[in-house]
Design a binder for this molecule. Structure first.
Ligand code: SAH
Length: 199
């Protein structure tokens, strides 16, 4: 199969969204164009095709879908919110080589070649990102972390003793209004994606 980035983006944009989205879990979907670009980059870096991939905090499965589309060997999607199981099952339905685990990321064991991690940023529930940051380094070798760019110093310091940052990508993303406390229809946020090789 020949992979096509534009086609991937179109597929991602047609996925079903969160079921009863929960603000306290900071449930936001990565924009299709951003997810397609990031996963395409990961694919070109040799971290997706025929690899065992973990999607930590899978949400509606946008990063999981992209990994499966780009030919990962097996995909494990971990999501704490049971309401998202049906959404994940639906969005990933066409792929057989996957499992969906409704669980806390702290409880997950195993070894994955690639870990994708777009956690809550801790803006609503303070430190909600910590269970992710503390788990991913024992779970995988090649780790992609997406975080709010304002926390760059904290994230960079956190990674320092745990892995080598191979790449940082600054991303501008449009966040549509999702929760009642949002006053505008859209908000532009700056994200930072880190590619880390864990020690
Ligand atoms: N990966 C998706 C969703 C990101 S939002 C995307 O990029 O679009 C972060 C997700 O992490 C939410 O769906 C939230 O429910 C989930 N989550 C929050 N705390 C968690 C935990 N401790 N363990 C597993 N998932 C968690």
């Amino acid at each position: 199969m020949k992979f096509d980035k534009k086609h991937l983006e179109i597929q991602l944009s047609s996925l079903t969204s969160f079921n009863s989205p929960k603000n306290y879990l900071e449930q936001y979907s990565t924009e299709s164009s951003v997810a397609a670009s990031l996963l395409w980059d990961a694919y070109l870096n040799g971290n997706i095709y025929e690899k065992k991939v973990l999607d930590a905090g899978a949400g509606n499965g946008v990063l999981s879908y992209a990994s499966l589309y780009l030919g990962c060997e097996f995909l494990t999607a971990v999501e704490i919110d049971p309401d998202q199981r049906s959404v994940l099952e639906r969005n990933l339905n066409q792929f057989k080589n996957k499992e969906i685990l409704i669980d806390d990321i702290s409880k997950i064991h195993g070894k994955y070649e690639t870990v994708l991690c777009n956690p809550p940023f801790g803006a609503v529930s303070r430190d909600a990102d910590l269970p992710f940051l503390e788990s991913i380094f024992r779970l995988g070798k090649n780790i992609y972390i997406i975080h709010n760019a304002v926390n760059d110093q904290f994230i960079t310091d956190f990674i320092k003793d745990r892995g080598e940052i191979l790449k940082k990508i600054l991303i501008n993303m449009d966040l549509p209004k999702m929760y009642s406390h949002h006053t505008r229809d859209h908000k532009n946020i700056r994200l930072m994606a880190y590619l880390v090789s864990s020690y």
